[in-house]
Design a protein around this ligand. Structure first.
Ligand code: ZN
Length: 143
């Protein structure tokens, strides 16, 4: 997976969060007071670390043939919340479902993709053929 330009993403997200309710705390502070260089560097390093671990995990599950995943959010910000609980096709084997968003979506959030196992779906009363109804394709931010 291509390396992400966290500096550019943090700039773009800072602009975007000016118009979105519930920005992550670190962005709310930056919008109010300007970026603290150390805090900004730490955010970029954390995001890169998280992205690398997530990509490794995604490679592992797709290598083992797993396809269906669900995005589960932890303390979602106003930008990420729309993807809460949405199903994705990790390998493209399910044409009705979009590919998962790159994680982290915004640099401050730490969401996870979790396996939609048959047992898990059954316990939630989800039918695989209905998953596409809950699909939320990821839309990258511009800038
Ligand atoms: Zn977020």
């Amino acid at each position: 997976m291509a390396a992400r330009d966290w500096d550019a993403e943090i700039d773009a997200w800072t602009e975007r969060f000016r118009t979105i309710p519930d920005p992550p705390e670190v962005f709310a502070r930056a919008i109010r007071d300007g970026w603290d260089p150390a805090e900004r560097a730490a955010l970029a390093a954390d995001a890169e670390d998280y992205a690398a671990r997530h990509d490794g995990w995604l490679r592992e599950i797709t290598a083992s043939g797993w396809d269906l995943v669900r995005l589960d959010l932890r303390d979602p910000c106003g930008a990420c919340v729309r993807y809460s609980g949405a199903p994705y096709s990790a390998t493209g084997a399910t044409p009705d479902l979009p590919p998962p968003p790159p994680l982290p979506i915004c640099p401050a959030c730490r969401h996870t993709l979790n396996l939609l196992t048959p047992f898990f779906m059954q316990s939630l009363g989800i039918h695989p053929e209905d998953l596409a109804d809950d699909a939320v394709p990821y839309e990258p931010i511009e800038g």
